[in-house]
Design a protein around this ligand. Structure first.
Ligand SMILES: *[C@@H]1O[C@H](CO)[C@@H](O)[C@H](O)[C@H]1NC(C)=O
Ligand SMILES: *[C@@H]1O[C@H](CO)[C@@H](O)[C@H](O)[C@H]1NC(C)=O
Ligand SMILES: *[C@@H]1O[C@H](CO)[C@@H](O)[C@H](O)[C@H]1NC(C)=O
Ligand SMILES: *[C@@H]1O[C@H](CO)[C@@H](O)[C@H](O)[C@H]1NC(C)=O
Ligand SMILES: *[C@@H]1O[C@H](CO)[C@@H](O)[C@H](O)[C@H]1NC(C)=O
Length: 371
């Protein structure tokens, strides 16, 4: 079912032409769904810098609970005068998973180095200014808003899933669905409206690692963390629904998301720009992690960034009794089971071009005055 609701006028609809270069019909729109955090603004800056019209941010539960993530989205938008982009709250709960169910699975199948929102509640950790885990999903931990606690609120006039459905009907074939957290909202949209996926332009996800189990065993805990795929594991059933939906194309930034790392020199260079985003990036971006969400965002803006990729059929393991619960399994066409589909699986991106996109978007960030 598809329930149209009245929508607020978006800032983006006031200016249909970007530099006069594109007619409305050629425009590339995006709805960006993520588990937003203090330094999580780079993906939408990359999109805006690449002339993608960001219709909204959506929040999901993955690294922390959805309500906290939604407020981080509002706060980071406020930091750079981007509050004309609305934030629609997504589902707080995964389709089936819960902290208790996840922790019980870990008892049998082994711990994840990073457990996201499903890590056991730890009052000390939270008091140190970290985002909330387990416990009451609606509590807000203000001390974790190192970017500043937002003045505004998420727009609760509709849900993330409903907004996604409405926008693909409004701009058929033009809306990218970007997901760099759990896929709960994308799955809900796909189930709510059978036309949703086919009317989108594509689905671009961060996550979906393959063939990294030995590295998880022989590498450091940090390396095991890089390969543990929390985005898909947080809500395995939603991951399966999203990755089997009939989007015209699905781009998977899995292993490739671990390819390119920031360096201190890179951060120092960006800091010189002296704008609120470059300052926040310099202060809070943890350079021990690769450009996960940024790689996926840049691939959404410019798929030609992929210099080595393949097409594979993909499935998600949804057996709770499996150590691979929530991980993907890939097939060639001739051997693929019924009910799954092909995706573009990226192996390698042009690292220099990716870093240039990140750098430019942070040194010359768009604000609502430009949109
Ligand atoms: C944001 O807007 C305010 C008011 O228009 C302005 O004073 C400020 O310089 C802007 N900041 C940025 C980062 O664009
Ligand atoms: C809770 O968090 C503190 C501070 O980060 C940490 O030192 C401690 O080991 C954590 N406790 C557990 C049980 O993980
Ligand atoms: C939406 O937000 C308003 C204003 O913050 C609040 O009063 C209302 O209860 C919220 N509605 C829902 C459904 O969360
Ligand atoms: C592309 O990536 C695959 C998987 O890592 C690798 O086997 C192959 O050699 C790569 N091809 C090129 C041209 O680099
Ligand atoms: C992927 O699947 C679609 C739909 O079945 C098909 O049209 C397309 O040719 C496939 N792509 C590749 C590269 O196999």
């Amino acid at each position: 079912m598809y329930w149209p609701t009245s929508l607020p006028l978006l800032c983006s609809s006031l200016l249909p032409l970007v530099g006069g270069a594109f007619a409305q019909g050629d425009k590339h729109y995006a709805i960006m769904d993520n588990d937003w955090y203090t330094a999580g603004f780079v993906p939408y800056l990359i999109a805006l810098d690449g002339d993608v019209d960001v219709l909204a941010l959506a929040s999901d539960t993955c690294d922390t609970w959805q309500p906290q993530a939604a407020l981080h989205a509002v706060a980071t938008l406020e930091a750079g005068n981007l509050s004309c982009i609305p934030v629609y709250p997504g589902s707080t709960w995964p389709l089936i998973n819960t902290p208790l169910r996840f922790q019980a699975w870990e008892t049998i199948h082994g711990k994840l180095p990073w457990q996201g929102a499903f890590a056991p509640y730890n009052a000390t950790y939270e008091a140190e200014g970290n985002d909330p885990t387990s416990g009451n999903p609606n509590r807000i931990v203000k001390s974790a808003f190192r970017e500043g606690f937002p003045k505004g609120k998420p727009d609760n006039s509709t849900s993330a899933a409903n907004f996604m459905v409405e926008m693909v009907h409004k701009y058929p074939g033009q809306v990218s669905i970007y997901s760099a957290g759990a896929l709960t909202n994308v799955a809900l949209a796909a189930r709510m409206d059978p036309q949703f996926a086919s009317l989108a332009k594509n689905l671009v996800i961060m996550g979906g690692y393959v063939d990294l189990n030995m590295l998880q065993a022989t590498g450091s805990i940090m390396q095991a963390d890089y390969q543990s795929d929390i985005n898909l594991m947080m809500d395995p059933e939603a991951s399966k629904i999203a990755l089997t939906a009939d989007f015209p194309e699905i781009i998977v930034a899995g292993n490739v998301a671990n390819q390119v790392f920031p360096t201190q020199e890179f951060v120092d260079e960006i800091k010189k720009a002296g704008n609120p985003y470059s300052e926040l990036f310099a202060k809070y971006y943890d350079i021990s992690f690769p450009f996960w969400d940024e790689t996926a965002a840049a691939l959404m803006v410019d798929p030609s960034l992929a210099i080595n990729k393949t097409t594979v059929y993909i499935d998600v393991d949804i057996s709770y009794g499996s150590p691979n619960y929530g991980n993907v399994h890939v097939y060639q066409k001739a051997l693929a089971p019924a009910g799954i589909r092909n995706v573009t699986y990226v192996f390698e991106v042009d690292a220099d071009k990716l870093k240039q996109r990140i750098k430019h978007s942070l040194m010359h960030p768009k604000s609502c005055a430009d949109l």
